[in-house]
Design a protein around this ligand. Sequence first.
Ligand SMILES: N[C@@H](CCC(=O)N[C@@H](CS)C(=O)NCC(=O)O)C(=O)O
Length: 207
Amino acid sequence: MIHLLGRKTSSNVMKALWVLEELGLAYDRADYGGAFGGTNTAEYRAKQPVGLVPVVEEDGFSIFESNAILRYLCNAHGGERFYPAEPRARGTIDAWLDFQQTVLSGPTSTYFIGLVRTPPEKRDMTAITAAIAQAGDIWAILDDRIAKQGWVAADHFSIADIAFGVHVHRWFSLDMPGKRDLPNLRAWYDRLLARPPYGTHCAGPLA
Ligand SMILES: N[C@@H](CCC(=O)N[C@@H](CS)C(=O)NCC(=O)O)C(=O)O
């Protein structure tokens, strides 16, 4: 049995939920992080050294970092259709997974936490406005790729779509000044919405 540790409002936990459902795996989930706490214990830190979510456990093995979890679950449970073994196909998906973590996650966190989890009087609107512009430039790169091949890293759905997809719902749901008009990105978001795990776990009300 697979155990997912992490609150379901976390974008990184959503990635794990989404791939678990796409793979048709049996799992349970326990609330950790945010208001639930539980991440400062020695036991939890042994699984995630800085106390973030998510963590996945299976038969005494545990793994952290959401994109590593995506890779592990596909590797361990027959997910080659979402994460091919062929070195170039895999390398391209890995590059976009790293790009999501290193380039996209900074600005998306700034505008999401700023607008959804911070009271209006405490918002740093200068930082939020800059993050919206920065994220718009990154989403425009995705818009261009999607126009050419339909998906983020390949001509089919892959775990790179999961890594970016959890953030695109927030982009389209938030009423933000200066948001770029990106029709191919919107069409891809609509295709993600047609996938049941995305609608169930990743496209609910923002919280
Ligand atoms: N690079 C890590 C980032 C994990 C992360 O930042 N998780 C956030 C939620 S999205 C978190 O744990 N925040 C503190 C909390 O929920 O207590 C990953 O992809 O797993």
